[in-house]
Design a protein around this ligand. Structure first.
Ligand code: MG
Length: 385
């Protein structure tokens, strides 16, 4: 007698893909440290894939502009053929924008067909992962100290702060105030954001000499990792920096291609690899990359700065397929609150009193979408203003 009646009976086909854009009004605005313009809107692109039996998978992340030209490549195909879909999405990423939100939606749908949570489909290594609070605002040192105390009292084990103030002295004063406030209660990461630029921001990234100077200062504060101190493509520069500092070096959050990650491995450029499943390679691609990264003794822990759907996809990927010490949890209230980040979810994502995020046994990503919130924020645009 067959023990697998559900899968052998599976005949569903992909029936439809819907892409909608949304903008949540931000009043007061969010002055993101990596954006020279205060953000008055929080955009979200929601991708839904339906099968012909009425099930729906959801994803989010990139804006998916122009994707309508490629939708026919999925309609009528087997939703469980995830390896094929990943390969087609990789081809679309070569010709057009980053299509990976659809991959997240396909994994959510596949989990619902199989009756299995995505963290188990990813390998089932763990059902939980510890969060680090990822701040996003350049505050006065006193306010940074208050924020860090709040983070420690909330149960987080680690906090990431942002550099990029007008002077390095200002950045170091903020770091010193945080370390003074929390002592060794929090691990501290510093994101230099030199691999990231808004479209209008033509500031040159740091060179190796500057990165080494900053690293020397960060060593004095026992920083857990230094993130994106150079342009994302400066493989040799990263390797030189690693030879000149005792700090862990993190990067790769917007790196697109598997061969680029392989170059980062070949040059021994990074200690911590941070690709985001909403932006690069999708669930299957990053599951494989996580294994390659960990086989080399490196850490895999994604960038997650986006909305709650993208965060949840990264949680399933990382808990299920990797062994990361922490994962990014965007959180810097009041300007960056869980309510803003997860406005499209009925159940916002939050840590327990010891800083852990535990995934459910619900099929797929286990998300309940707040349709009223999405209807109220529907927009023709997916921009920050
Ligand atoms: Mg970053």
């Amino acid at each position: 007698m067959s023990r697998e009646p559900q899968l052998s009976a599976h005949t569903a086909r992909i029936a439809r893909i819907d892409i909608t854009h949304h903008q949540l009004e931000l009043d007061p605005p969010f002055p993101a440290s990596w954006d020279s313009q205060p953000r008055r809107k929080f955009p979200a692109t929601i991708v839904r894939v339906y099968d012909d039996e009425g099930r729906m998978g959801v994803g989010s992340g990139d804006v998916m502009y122009g994707f309508a030209d490629y939708q026919h490549l999925f309609i009528g195909t087997d939703p469980l053929d995830l390896a094929r879909h990943s390969a087609v999405l990789d081809n679309i990423g070569f010709h057009a924008g980053r299509p990976w939100p659809l991959d997240i939606a396909l994994w959510d749908l596949a989990g619902k067909i199989r009756g299995e949570p995505c963290w188990k489909m990813m390998g089932g290594r763990s059902q939980r992962i510890r969060a680090y609070a990822s701040s996003g605002v350049h505050r006065h040192p006193d306010a940074m100290a208050d924020m860090a105390r709040h983070i420690a009292e909330r149960g987080f084990a680690a906090l990431k702060i942002r550099f990029g103030r007008p002077s390095l002295a200002d950045d170091l004063a903020a770091l010193a105030a945080v370390r003074e406030a929390v002592g060794d209660r929090l691990e501290l990461m510093v994101d230099c954001n030199q691999g990231w630029r808004m479209p209008w921001d033509t500031t040159e990234p740091w060179n190796v000499a500057t990165a080494l100077e900053v690293a020397g200062e960060l060593e004095k504060y026992d920083v857990y990792w230094m993130e994106e101190p150079l342009h994302r493509g400066d493989y040799a520069g990263y390797a030189a920096l690693r030879r000149g500092t005792t700090l862990r070096i993190a990067g790769g959050e917007m790196t697109r291609e598997r061969y680029e990650f392989d170059q980062l491995l070949a040059y021994d450029s990074l200690d911590v690899f941070q690709p985001d499943v909403a932006c690069s390679l999708g669930m299957e691609g990053l599951r494989k990359l996580a294994h390659a990264v960990e086989a080399r003794g490196k850490v895999f822990t994604p960038h997650t700065w986006g909305n709650g759907i993208g965060l949840m996809a990264n949680l399933h990927l990382t808990a299920g397929a990797a062994s990361a010490p922490f994962i990014e949890f965007p959180y810097d209230p009041p300007e960056w609150s869980i309510a803003r980040r997860d406005f499209m979810l009925q159940q916002p994502i939050d840590i327990d009193s010891e800083g852990w995020l535990t995934l459910s046994d619900a099929p797929g990503l286990g998300l309940a979408i707040d349709e009223a919130a999405l209807a109220a924020t529907l927009s023709s645009r997916s921009t920050y203003a």
